[in-house]
Write a protein that binds this ligand. Structure first.
Ligand code: SAH
Ligand code: SF4
Length: 363
């Protein structure tokens, strides 16, 4: 772990804070005060914890410990209410985090800017890495390559920065988290899972309000199934056979559809839980009726639903977006076969905030 991250308190769990308190000869309840300030209260700066003795604060700072939140460098407001945040970490690297309000605020539909207070549900889309190594051919994040993993503190920090910027009261407002921003969460598994635990035990998100999406890192899907506390699982399927999938998602050469679908079948679902399969529709490449029938075969026997996403285009992407009619036909075939299927409407396309568009665009 790089030194600058060690110095931040954000990202430490209760046990780690407890060790620090002990080292300073402080009673156990000081660890609890630190934990409460960091997570449920979302405070920045040790000096804002007025209950903590001055000397202890000073000693912590002496060691380089502080509570630093990632800095919001820029934000871009979409006509649909979506806000894309460019968030800077301590070393200057930036990632993107997206705020998507639902309801009145999020769906003005008439091009007017959505208000801040009139949402009744919102979703935060969080990044897990700076860039991504997986190289899906339809995704702009892939062009960056992967620069580094984010620490648990940086993952939680994105959520806290956005919650504070929107003045969210989690006891009264309903917020979901999706780990669907930049990066492949399952290639940064320990830090991602630590962040999940801090969000659940600390910040106050029920695990049922979180979903993680993976491109199909099969061994980690097995690990994830064994976690006592975990978000819901989404798998980026995106193709109906190995030939197409390997072409658009090179990761399929390492873990092919047979291995992926076996992991999905083995996944221990909870009561009434379903696996979500995401499927980006690329014009004529994976969106024909024959492809839909292959998808139906693949998903047979799995308790799941399918989210269809028509390709969000971008510079350098070699694929086309199917017509709405083609999307509808594909969806209807799945629904007729008994698979719940939904067309995900793009959010914040005008500000490069939609799926696959996160590449730190600054204008
Ligand atoms: N790396 C993980 C998490 C990111 S989720 C994953 O890929 O699953 C991002 C979602 O957006 C994935 O389901 C991906 O397939 C989809 N996506 C990527 N590029 C897209 C694009 N250009 N248009 C629409 N969806 C896209
Ligand atoms: Fe990475 Fe997901 Fe983009 Fe693929 S779709 S390159 S796994 S972020």
């Amino acid at each position: 772990m790089p030194e600058l991250l060690q110095e931040g308190l954000l990202g430490l769990d209760y046990q780690e804070l407890s060790v620090i308190a002990q080292k300073h000869g402080q009673p156990e309840y000081r660890a609890r005060q630190l934990f409460d300030a960091l997570y449920p209260q979302r405070l920045a700066g040790l000096d804002s914890i007025s209950t903590l003795p001055k000397e202890f604060r000073a000693a912590l700072k002496e060691e380089g410990f502080e509570i630093r939140h990632p800095r919001i460098e820029k934000s871009f407001q979409s006509v649909d209410g979506t806000v894309r945040y460019l968030i800077a970490m301590a070393d200057g690297e930036t990632v993107e985090t997206v705020w998507m309000p639902e309801g009145d605020g999020g769906e003005t539909g008439d091009g007017t800017e959505a208000g801040d207070s009139d949402w009744h549900r919102a979703t935060i889309c969080v990044s897990s890495q700076v860039g991504c190594a997986v190289n899906c051919q339809f995704c702009l994040t892939a062009f960056m390559g992967v620069k580094r993993n984010l620490s648990a503190g940086e993952i939680v920090g994105q959520v806290i920065a956005v919650l504070n910027d929107r003045h969210v009261d989690l006891e009264r407002q309903r917020v979901n988290i999706v780990f669907m921003g930049m990066g492949e969460p399952f290639l940064n598994y320990p830090q991602f899972m630590k962040a999940v635990r801090l969000l659940v035990d600390g910040v106050g998100f029920p695990e049922s309000r979180m979903t993680v999406s993976t491109s199909g890192i099969v061994p980690r899907i097995h690990d994830f199934g064994a976690e006592p506390v975990r978000p819901k699982l989404a798998i980026s399927l995106n193709a109906s056979n190995d030939e197409v999938r390997s072409r658009i998602m090179p990761i399929n050469k390492k873990w092919n559809l047979e291995m992926l679908m076996q992991a999905a079948r083995d996944f221990p679902l909870r009561n009434r839980e379903r696996i979500t399969f995401e499927y980006v529709l690329l014009d004529t490449v994976n969106d024909s009726a024959a492809h839909a029938r292959e998808v139906i075969e693949l998903l047979r026997g799995i308790r799941c639903k399918v989210n269809l996403i028509a390709l969000n285009p971008g510079p350098g992407i070699q694929f086309g977006t199917p017509t709405e009619q083609r999307v509808q036909i594909f969806k209807d075939l799945l629904v007729k076969a008994g698979i719940p299927a939904f067309v995900r409407r793009p959010r914040g396309r005008d500000i490069y905030a939609a799926c696959g568009q996160l590449k730190r665009t600054v204008a």
